[in-house]
Write a protein that binds this ligand. Structure first.
Ligand code: 4AD
Ligand code: MG
Length: 459
């Protein structure tokens, strides 16, 4: 169906003035007066709507075309608009109804709360809110690729089905083709009979394979789905989320923190440059001061605080936290939020966590107690990046695997990377939906991914 995208019409109106054009889209609103009628039309290619002006004495208006949600094709003359809010409008010559939208269409203005919309993943994406959010998601994803591609990183695809647990947090979804049968005497016997002849699961992170690729290509990044069977029903955890994981050979912890900082500033700046309408919309309806907050991320230095000092700050805060603060404790959301939202009021790298609460692969510091790991915490969301230098010493790595009771045979290849030409190397993982929450002002991770998966939620 030959037609012009509404984005093109609105972004370069001068090209269309005086010309006859064909546009298609869905009716967003309909306004009627005695002689004239107006349709706000959107085809999804841009956030703002195109105004269609209908002279009722001249053309027939198909009945369904006046209903919100109907799809129509309109041929008309593009003219300068007298309305200050828009540069161009279309005087309709013919209106063809493509698809009627009966009155029980659930996306009506009166009840479009985010909670309600979440029950309609197939329809909510037609709203202005999700038009803005998913356009930001697309631009952000492309900016992420651009950042790495412009700097010579290799884009690698790591497997979705794996036999090892990268984070060791026991949140792996099992992949199986056979149900458990009492005929199996042991777990091993059952696993041996299964598709892969061993237990398999969905990846929680592409890091271990990313390290393999980095120790051949130097600088790599992954950008793919990761899965965690998070049993907690929070607004920040999804069972399926997208992670960006760069891995850099010859980089130590300070180098990777520098890279992560530059990277975050780059992608946030890209959004400010490329999504002005979307961010203005999200600021108006979801987070006051959103653009100023993002501009500060670009302009200001990120804070860096040692875990040990962060614990002191929390202890001196005078707050009654639900989870008590002691050196050695993992930082809970309430602690992270105090540090970012109230104490520092900007993004913070918390560095040198106790080794007992972090993953086996992190480089052990000379103090014997902490690891060269950092989380980047941001106001309103908490952790968006998990980052570390990797342990390059085989002995220490073996010991860390043993201490955690992990199965050594699953990590033989990984250990080989240390045996054959080991190098200092570091990497991080950015949760795409987490940074989207931060960049869009959406308070629930379910509103940053089109088809959210979480405990008891698979729509
Ligand atoms: O901190 P995490 O667990 O780190 C890793 O997976 C490392 N292997 C990364 C690396 O060094 N290559 O997860 C990384 C990020 C978190 O900071 C968070 O942004 C996001 O992934 N994340 C989640 N996002 C949504 N839902 C969940 N359940 C998430 N779990 C982690
Ligand atoms: Mg983490």
């Amino acid at each position: 169906m030959k037609h012009t995208d509404i984005k093109d019409v609105l972004s370069s109106p001068e090209q269309f003035f005086g010309r006859q054009i064909t546009v298609c889209g869905w009716v967003k609103s309909f306004r009627d007066s005695k002689n004239m009628a107006f349709i706000a039309l959107n085809d999804g290619t841009t956030l703002p709507h195109l105004q269609i002006v209908i002279d009722k004495s001249q053309i027939a208006l198909p009945e369904g075309a006046t209903r919100v949600g109907s799809s129509v094709k309109i041929v008309g003359a593009a003219v300068k608009s007298f309305n200050a809010n828009q540069a161009i409008e279309v005087n309709a010559q013919t209106i063809t109804l493509l698809g009627d939208c009966p009155l029980d269409y659930p996306i009506q203005k009166a009840k479009t709360s985010l909670d309600f919309l979440r029950t309609l993943p197939h329809l909510r994406v037609r709203t202005n809110t999700f038009n803005a959010v998913f356009r930001v998601r697309s631009k952000l994803s492309f900016a992420i690729h651009r950042y790495f591609q412009e700097r010579g990183y290799l884009y690698v695809h790591t497997p979705i089905i794996t036999g090892s647990d990268c984070e060791g947090a026991g949140k792996i979804f099992k992949v199986t083709t056979i149900g458990f049968d009492p005929k199996y005497k042991t777990q091993e016997e059952y696993d041996a009979d299964d598709f892969f002849g061993q237990s398999a699961g969905l990846t929680v992170s592409g890091q271990l394979e990313g390290e393999v690729m980095a120790t051949a290509f130097g600088k790599i990044y992954t950008f793919g789905p990761t899965f965690r069977a998070e049993n907690s029903n929070t607004t920040r955890h999804a069972a399926e989320f997208w992670q960006i994981e760069p891995e850099v050979a010859f980089a130590e912890i300070d180098d990777i923190i520098e890279i992560a900082t530059e990277f975050i500033k780059y992608i946030i700046k890209a959004l400010l440059d490329e999504c002005p309408e979307e961010l203005a919309f999200l600021e108006k309806f979801y987070e006051k001061g959103l653009r100023e907050k993002l501009q500060k991320v670009v302009d200001d230095e990120f804070v860096r605080v040692d875990y040990t000092d962060a614990i002191e700050i929390l202890k001196k805060s005078g707050r009654q936290f639900v989870y008590p603060v002691e050196w050695g404790c993992d930082l809970q959301t309430e602690h992270e939020r105090y540090l970012t939202d109230e104490h520092f009021k900007k993004p913070v790298f918390v560095v040198n966590y106790p080794k007992a609460i972090k993953s086996f692969y992190m480089k052990q510091n000379p103090d014997g107690k902490t690891v060269a790991a950092t989380d980047l915490l941001v106001p309103g969301v908490g952790e968006i990046i998990g980052c570390s230098e990797r342990e390059a010493d085989t002995g220490k790595l073996l010991q860390a695997i043993k201490e955690r009771g992990m199965k050594m045979s699953d990590y033989e290849n990984y250990l080989d990377l240390r045996k054959f030409g080991t190098v200092p190397h570091s990497g991080f993982g950015l949760g795409l939906e987490r940074i989207l929450m931060y960049a869009t002002g959406m308070g629930n991770i379910r509103d940053t991914i089109a088809f959210p998966r979480a405990k008891d939620e698979l729509r």
